[in-house]
Design a protein. Structure first.
Lengths: 292, 357
């Protein structure tokens, strides 16, 4: 089986990766109440590419000479919100697998969640925090929505910094009904407007699942010494790395993530920590597992 | 300076560009983005003190490439001259010249002295003139070429003998001819008298100057010492040498005319030698006037150069006979420059590739 990190790196087609990852994954995030398409008829809708052929109404085709699909009443009312941190720090590459970076990993993981949600018949939407603003894709159902979300994910580029707390708060109006929020971030800015917004959502009784992505080099503190490093989200300021500062670096990073862990536990936000060199399927299973 | 190409050297500040790029690149490659850089100790921005050898070499090669390119351009000939008037040196500042230039409508044209062999010179140097440039030649008379000149420019000729010039030509300065006479002191006045007679013979056209030692302008050496040999360093086109008197023959008797004198091999011989043509005679006609006249005429026939047939005095236009001028002979051997340019370019490409890997 192809290693997922290499697949994520080389496959331009997100759907291919999704199919590959989900093949090894069980069905479903939660117990959907849907019992199959067309149980309780609700409406006819024009056929769209990707719809199943067995849901096309053939009698109506004979009458109207057009393809119509019978829409069933859905029982699932769970909305799924995909939250992508697309700031400049997400462009951090893996120092072991060439071509792989945090952003690609987060994007592919969210695409997989979107595909699972679409299979279950849940409505799902996308929130991309990039370059001081929010790119918002409203929640909807169906294969077309999956294409929309995938296209929005493909379009996104890691750049800039997180949006202000005011902008985020103004955009939280979407979460009225109860929903699940899947947020993929590197959690390096913590506390931040993003963390505040997620905690606020949690206090509004939403199911918030946080994925904190790190690279292997960060965890093991194996960086090339002798270079000068700069923070991609800060315009100026240089940092140096040598053998002496290695321990201090891993201590500071460890302290930061333990603070994140503590904060998440205090607000009852399940936190999944992952390295981007890990297989995506495992990470997804850990992320989607019911914490209770 | 035969062209404006040396102006290319003013483009030398272009060399600053690779230097600047090089410095920029050093600054840019110094840092690397790292998302967790904020957990590292801050460092003062430092210059990278160890420049890579390949980069320095590349910079040098690039600078050299630009210099060679400029050098190559600087010797490359391009047509840059505009309308030009060629004026014979004797006609400078003549009112007739100004009038002719005005009549040709070339008042603003550049002026150049007329070169000696104008048709050959023009064929060789024509490439410096712009294709649309007009050329005007103002001269008193021009030698007519054997074949019509085949040039790429239309050339207007204005040849005439202006009145002032004609007056001047009525009494031209006598042509000086240098003669060396080596003889016994008692015979020297006779030779002097002979050459004085020669000076008057040609209606004052020639003036003979007698000296003791030959120079580069000496035309004739008279060696009137039959018992000694002339120094081997003496050179002249013509020698008159006195040989020892033959034992018998009518040499002692004065020749009535020169014709029998030069017709008798025993009296007069002509032979080429290392030092010049040698006319030998036992006795030169120093007192015999008709013989001296015959000798003078014989000498003049031998040495006289006939003037070239001049073009008729008129205004004529020689149309262009060819589409492009003869190829320029570029100075300073640009062949090795071009090869150096190619070699430098190749090295630069190779080094750039090496550095990228």
């Amino acid at each position: 089986m192809l290693e997922t990190s290499a697949l994520v790196t080389h496959a331009a087609d997100l759907e291919l990766v999704i199919r590959h990852v989900l093949a090894g994954l069980g069905h479903g995030i939660h117990a959907g109440r849907e019992r199959g398409a067309g149980v309780e008829f609700s409406e006819y809708r024009a056929y769209a590419p990707g719809d199943e052929w067995r849901r096309v109404d053939w009698k109506l085709l004979a009458r109207a000479d057009r393809y119509y699909v019978r829409e069933a009443e859905r029982d699932s009312h769970v909305g799924v919100w995909l939250w992508l941190d697309a700031t400049a720090s997400m462009a951090e590459p893996s120092r072991r697998v060439p071509g792989l970076d945090k952003f690609w990993f987060a994007r592919t993981a969210l695409a997989c969640v979107a595909a699972i949600a679409q299979r279950q018949g849940d409505a799902f939407g996308l929130v991309v925090c990039t370059d001081g603003r929010i790119d918002f894709t409203p929640a909807s159902r169906g294969p077309r929505q999956l294409q929309r979300v995938l296209a929005a994910l493909q379009r996104a580029k890691p750049s800039g910094v997180l949006p202000d707390a005011e902008i985020l708060r103004a955009n939280l109006h979407f979460a009225r009904s109860q929903s699940m929020v899947f947020a993929a971030t590197d959690a390096l800015d913590w506390p931040s407007p993003l963390s505040e917004a997620l905690i606020r959502l949690r206090h509004m009784r939403h199911d918030v699942r946080l994925l904190a992505l790190r690279t292997e080099a960060e965890v093991t503190a194996h960086l090339a010494s002798g270079h000068a490093y700069r923070d991609p989200e800060m315009a100026s300021g240089l940092h140096s790395f040598d053998r002496d500062s290695r321990d201090a670096y891993s201590a500071a990073l460890g302290a930061h993530f333990s603070a994140v862990r503590t904060d998440a536990r205090r607000h009852d936000v399940p936190l999944c920590e992952a390295q981007i060199e890990q297989p995506l399927g495992e990470v997804l299973r850990a992320w989607l597992r019911n914490p209770r | 300076m035969t062209s404006m190409q040396p102006l290319w050297w003013f483009a030398l500040p272009v060399l600053l560009l690779p230097l600047w790029w090089h410095l920029q690149k050093r600054e840019r490659t110094r840092t690397e983005p790292l998302a967790t850089a904020r957990f590292l100790p801050a460092a003062a921005p430092r210059q990278q003190r160890v420049p890579r050898l390949v980069e320095l070499l590349l910079l040098l090669i690039r600078l050299l490439l630009l210099v060679v390119l400029l050098a190559w351009l600087a010797v490359l000939a391009m047509p840059w001259k505009r309308d030009t008037v060629f004026i014979a040196s004797s006609l400078n500042d003549e009112p007739w010249t100004v009038q002719q230039i005005h009549a040709a409508g070339m008042d603003g044209a550049a002026r150049e002295p007329l070169p000696a062999d104008v048709w050959t010179w023009l064929a060789r140097n024509e490439h410096a003139w712009h294709p649309s440039a007009r050329l005007l030649i103002v001269a008193r008379d021009l030698p007519m070429p054997a074949l019509p000149p085949r040039l790429a420019h239309t050339i207007t000729l204005r040849t005439s003998a202006p009145a002032a010039a004609q007056r001047a030509s009525a009494a031209p300065a006598p042509h000086e001819r240098h003669v060396v006479v080596a003889t016994a002191p008692q015979r020297l006045p006779r030779w002097q008298a002979l050459f004085a007679a020669f000076s008057t013979a040609g209606e004052g056209a020639n003036r003979y100057i007698i000296a003791d030692t030959p120079t580069s302008t000496t035309e004739l050496i008279v060696w009137d010492r039959p018992e000694t040999q002339p120094p081997s360093s003496w050179q002249a086109p013509l020698w008159w040498r006195t040989t020892a008197a033959p034992a018998s023959g009518p040499a002692s008797g004065p020749a009535s005319t020169f014709q029998p004198f030069i017709a008798q091999p025993a009296l007069f011989t002509s032979a080429p030698s290392q030092q010049g043509l040698i006319w030998s005679a036992a006795q030169w006609p120093l007192t015999d006037a008709p013989a001296a006249r015959a000798l003078y005429e014989h000498w003049q026939r031998q040495s006289r150069s006939w003037p070239a047939y001049a073009l008729p005095a008129s205004i004529q236009t020689l149309p262009a006979q060819r589409k492009s001028p003869l190829p320029a002979t570029i100075a300073n051997s640009p062949e090795w420059l071009a090869i150096a340019l190619l070699a430098l370019f190749t090295i630069e490409r190779i080094l750039a590739h090496v550095r990228r890997r």
